[in-house]
Ligand binder design. Sequence first.
Ligand code: SF4
Length: 354
Amino acid sequence: MENNMLKVYAVCEKALSDGNLSKEEILVLLKCPEENSDIIFQTADAVRKKEVGDEVHLRGLVEFSNYCKKNCEYCGIRGKNKNIERYRLNKEEILATALRAESLGYRSVVMQSGEDPYYTAEILADIISAIKAQTDLAITMSAGEFTYEEYKTIKEAGTDRYLLRFETSNEELYKKLHPDSDFHQRIECLHILRDLGYQVGSGFMVGLPGETPEIFADNLLLLQKLDVDMAGIGPFLPNSDTNLAGASGGTLVNSLKAVAIARLLLRNAHIPATTAMGSLDPKGREKALQAGANVVMPNVTPEEFREMYQLYPNKICLRDDPAHCRKCITGKIQGISRIVSKEHGHSLKVKKEY
Ligand code: SF4
């Protein structure tokens, strides 16, 4: 056997019982040839089974606004993109969507938008309070950066979790891709969210132009350092309405490796099989679930708005109604001998300071 594969086997063997992999060990896994990568996915699957079991948590995704004041280079709903129609859901529409999600059996929803100044912390808090008053849903908010006081207002309204991806751990690359954001501010927001008692989610994109294996490894190590409760990882998929239209996108194998290594490092964190993976490969989400993931986020946004919320191209399920999506995803999960959870899917981590 080649020396490199011996190293891959050794790292996998260690990772079965110990999540403290060094950067060098992570690089061994990242550099493993595609045709030999199954061992990494199988190891992550074994760790997933041991740490979080066979249940898959469903989070219904509510894309409530595609307005955004920012201009992230990879994003199809960036403020300067004049080629898309913009929409906002009002309080009643969001509440009706949440109620529908609950009636379809969801225990949890993720409310996602661009950074839309229309939704102040007070407006969001009012919407969250209404959902909490009328449902038993756990709520994740994913609406970008706010101040400490604003995050506090949103938390006190009943929000359980907040998802804020850092996308890349490399400060220089971050600056290039996010002309109106600051890397340190992003990380500070994640610390604030933790201080305020949110279950914190973060993550990154795989295959961004400028990403090196070292940056890739650092992305994974940053997730571990932040001790996230949830890790959202998906491939970069070039959008034709952006300056990165001609760039090559992230690959499925690298995205699966990212999920797998995240599982090895983060142990009992929740890790979604992201929709972007399903967009890259028809079996992408099932493959991710068999490489360490334990969450799926089917879209529950009303059908008429879905086409307008495309951060990346060829997004799946744009024309499927929420009831169809719910049934379809249940079939996929059961098809790989996994179980749809009936729980809220709260963090399994013991809270600690970082
Ligand atoms: S990635 Fe988020 S913040 Fe950046 S432009 Fe897109 S929606 Fe706005």
